[in-house]
Design a protein around this ligand. Structure first.
Ligand code: M7G
Length: 331
């Protein structure tokens, strides 16, 4: 699928049949007893999912990324076993069946068959998925790229202007067309304002893997590269009010947070990641994450810091941008 066609396809999200069915299923669930696994009447949109390939999986992280088809549309489905929560332990122990697997001296292993409500699997569906989504979730070798300010202008910018993921989902959030009930904090100011809400990756069941994103109201800041000292009031506002909102809502102190931007991001509308320190959030490594506190200091020291600095980031083997860096002899 050509990427431009793919982009058009993602732009239609919100009107296609699948999203109507997802909404219906969600409303059914909300109107029912709300319990996971207790509502057999909810429409299972995945019953007709046809797997074509496993893109990646991890026994350690208990995740699997699958490419397949939902009806005649390409889809990516992500399944993730959820953490065991302390507040469910009593019920888990009393309400489960235990099957002995082996016993040796003081050691024994069992298969614990928990009541259905404890078997929830966090499921994310991307449909229609573009070729770019499939590549994003595929296990691939990465290479570290060195991008000068000039490289950004001549290689990266033209590429992202043509090929990047649709940010329709971001506009839906800002326009209050999606995820409105999930908003944790809002500052409506057009220049320094933002919306803070749980990231797609966080099921909000435990603070241990807390993950929120702050999405800026301004629509023309693509990434870290666009930032200058002019944006300091915006960045400081996000840093300050984001931390306060998280303290208030989740009782998590600022000193327990990792607050950062990705470069390169997947979505070119400026946003800031807030994750719990100690939780190894995907993409929090030094090759991709830039602490907001450092970004602020760098811009205070040099207003054009991110316009002129060489920035380093990993690109996956099948990323078109990597190909463009190779063609330009920059790798
Ligand atoms: P990024 O740095 O652009 O890319 O971050 P990454 O996905 O490679 O990290 C975008 C962030 O937005 C990620 O943490 C995503 O999980 C999150 N995200 C993506 N989508 C499509 C949604 C969405 O629809 N809603 C919410 N709440 N978060 C999203």
């Amino acid at each position: 699928m050509a990427d431009t066609a793919a982009k058009r396809e993602t732009d239609s999200v919100g009107t296609d049949e699948l999203s109507q069915r997802v909404k219906r299923a969600r409303v059914d669930d909300e109107n029912g007893d709300g319990g996971v696994g207790n509502d057999p009447e909810s429409e299972n949109i995945l019953s007709e999912f046809k797997t074509s390939a496993v893109l990646s999986d991890s026994a350690r992280e208990k995740t699997i990324f699958i490419h397949g088809k939902l009806g005649d549309q390409e889809a990516v489905v992500i399944l993730e076993k959820t953490p065991i929560r302390e507040d469910t332990l009593a019920e888990l122990f009393t309400g489960s069946k235990l099957k002995l697997e082996m016993k040796n001296d003081i050691y024994s292993t069992y298969q614990l068959l928990a009541p259905p409500k404890f078997n929830e699997i966090k499921t994310t569906v991307v449909c229609p998925a573009t070729e770019k989504h499939v590549k994003k979730y595929q296990r691939q070798e990465s290479s570290l790229v060195e991008e000068t300010g000039e490289d950004y202008k001549s290689i990266t910018l033209p590429y992202i202007q043509k090929q990047s993921f649709s940010v329709q989902w971001v506009h839906n959030i800002l326009d209050k067309k999606a995820e409105t009930e999930r908003i944790v904090f809002e500052d409506p100011d057009p220049d320094v304002g933002f919306l803070l809400l749980p990231d797609l990756k966080w099921d909000q069941k435990q603070v241990d893997d807390l993950y929120l994103i702050a999405i800026v109201n301004q629509r023309d800041i693509k990434s870290l590269r666009d930032l200058t000292s002019e944006h300091l009031p915006l960045l400081q506002n996000i840093f300050q009010k984001g931390k306060e909102a998280i303290l208030q809502r989740y009782s998590l102190a600022a000193s327990k947070l990792r607050v950062y931007l990705h470069y390169q991001p997947s979505y070119y509308h400026l946003h800031v990641h807030f994750t719990k320190l100690g939780y190894q959030a995907p993409g929090c490594g030094v090759e991709r994450a830039h602490l907001l506190a450092d970004v602020i200091q760098n811009l205070q020291a040099d207003p054009e810091y991110y316009k002129t600095r060489t920035l380093y980031f990993p690109l996956r083997a099948e990323d078109g941008l990597l190909g463009n860096f190779q063609e330009a002899g920059r790798l």
